[in-house]
Design a binder for this molecule. Structure first.
Ligand code: ADP
Length: 468
């Protein structure tokens, strides 16, 4: 026996299903067998009675023609044998005197005095005699003839009972075969049917025992519910993996990135302490507050980025008109731009509505506009445009700043990346990472292009709202 079978039988769910399957199978087979038996038994009884009745009618006719001797002669010659096998035949005259009697020896045990006799001429009755031992019975049809004679024809049920007994034996053997097939079939069907569930269990057990989430349920061949369940579990594990990796990455980043500002903070405090100069100490304290604020802002932004990247950021999406969003952001930066004689132009198609989290999307626009104003020299120009293209909303922020060197372009979206020439300007190097993470969390995409010395162009694409 291969190792699969004991396994199949050890599986409590599999065994239970197999037993249910076998029970239902056997119950329906049993119902079929019982019904067949009852119908066959009734049909044989009907047949026996029909033949006895036919014989009775034939004998009555023979008696009417030739009297008792005529009937005896006919019987002897076997001309009237409508019924196969031996028969009980009795003729009683009008005064109950016996005029003819024929009965096989083995039936003599039946008590004929119990036979119900019809009184009226032409009347026919049926009677069944038994000996009380549960064996065969004698079925007798009686008819009162025109001259008052009583004719009785009967037959034992022994042949019928024997036939039914054999049939019962055959049915029992059939049932035993059905039981074996049902059990074996039940085990085999449930074994193969539960295969995907076992694969799922083994995978989950492996994950629980080892703590590793890189195990996957083997792909199912059919597109059934269990196969779909396996695929869903795999998709869930992928997602968990991504979240865990994202969290780990975020933690590593935070630990790594906080080291520098914290060291700086410590340095400032230490230097102030050792200097002993109250004026320098006050200045150092102010610097410490500023640095702590920076660390705090950095921490918040890093957490936001990792939440958006791992899909755990709570987004309250609603249809938001882009023009209003752009206008509110421009209003925020107008003063800063004016101070440096920078012109902000907007060109936003009316009716552009995007399904986004309003606050988060405002953060995206603010970061792009902040960079544009920050990096564009005095007297420059910033242009914000939005239009629909290919079923998406396309928003661009262009400036006339210094542009980004080609080797730095792909890196601007990285966490904490700051361009070489930007180190002197304020910033954490997290703005564009946050922009990318939030836009992608909304199902959008980002892009950047730049001609150094001429300007930069940032582009975000977002799904359009179906509800205007
Ligand atoms: P930060 O602006 O705080 O340095 P960001 O993530 O917003 O960080 O930007 C990353 C880098 O991309 C910047 O340091 C800068 O070098 C470059 N950059 C971003 N926006 C512009 C822009 N409008 N013009 C030129 N360089 C830009």
């Amino acid at each position: 026996m291969s190792s699969r079978w004991p396994d199949a039988l050890r599986d409590a769910l599999g065994l239970r299903l197999a037993l249910w399957y076998a029970a239902i199978f056997v119950a329906s087979a049993l119902a079929l067998v019982v019904l067949t038996y009852v119908l066959l038994s009734a049909s044989l009884r009907r047949y026996d009675r029909d033949t006895i009745e036919t014989t009775l009618v034939q004998y009555a006719r023979a008696y009417m023609i030739g009297g008792a001797p005529g009937l005896a002669r006919e019987l002897r010659e076997g001309n009237l044998a409508a019924t196969p096998g031996p028969l009980f035949v009795r003729l009683l005259g009008p005064g109950e005197e016996l005029t003819f009697f024929s009965m096989p020896q083995q039936w003599r045990r039946f008590d004929l005095s119990q036979l119900d006799t019809p009184r009226l001429s032409g009347e026919q009755t049926w009677a069944t005699l038994d000996t009380g031992d549960g064996g065969d019975e004698l079925e007798v049809a009686s008819v009162r003839l025109a001259d008052g004679t009583l004719l009785q024809v009967g037959r034992s049920t022994d042949r019928r009972k024997e036939l039914l007994a054999r049939f019962r034996l055959v049915l029992l053997v059939d049932l035993a075969v059905v039981l074996v097939i049902a059990l074996a079939g039940g085990v085999a069907v449930t074994w193969s049917g539960l295969q995907p569930v076992r694969a799922l269990r083994d995978t989950v057990r492996g994950i629980v025992q080892t703590g590793r989430t890189d195990a996957r349920v083997p792909p199912a061949s059919g597109g059934d519910t269990l196969g779909e369940l396996g695929n869903l579990v795999n998709a869930m594990l992928d997602r968990i993996d991504r979240v865990v990796a994202g969290m780990r990455g975020a933690l590593d980043n935070v630990a790594h990135d906080l080291r520098t500002p914290l060291t700086r903070l410590r340095g400032i405090a230490e230097e102030a302490l050792t200097s002993g100069d109250p004026v320098r100490q006050r200045a150092a304290l102010a610097e410490c507050v500023e640095e702590a604020d920076r660390v705090n802002a950095m921490l918040h932004t890093l957490m936001d980025i990792s939440e958006a990247e791992t899909g755990t950021m709570a987004l309250t999406r609603e249809p938001v008109p882009l023009s209003a969003l752009v206008q509110q952001t421009v209003d925020l930066y107008e003063d800063a731009a004016e101070d440096r004689a920078i012109v902000i132009e907007t060109e936003v198609d009316e009716g552009l509505v995007v399904p986004v989290d309003r606050t988060r999307m405002r953060q995206v626009l603010a970061n792009l506009l902040d960079n544009a104003v920050k990096y564009t020299p005095e007297g420059g120009r910033v242009r914000i445009r939005a239009r629909a293209h290919d079923g998406r909303a396309v928003l661009t922020v262009e400036d006339t700043g210094p542009g980004i060197p080609p080797d730095e372009l792909p890196r601007v979206w990285e966490r904490l990346y700051r361009g070489d020439r930007s180190r002197s300007t304020r910033g954490l190097g997290l703005g564009l990472s946050l922009v990318k993470a939030i836009v992608e969390a909304h199902g959008g995409s980002v892009d950047v292009s730049s001609v150094p010395g001429t300007g930069s162009r940032f582009e975000i694409r977002l799904p359009l709202s179906t509800i205007a």
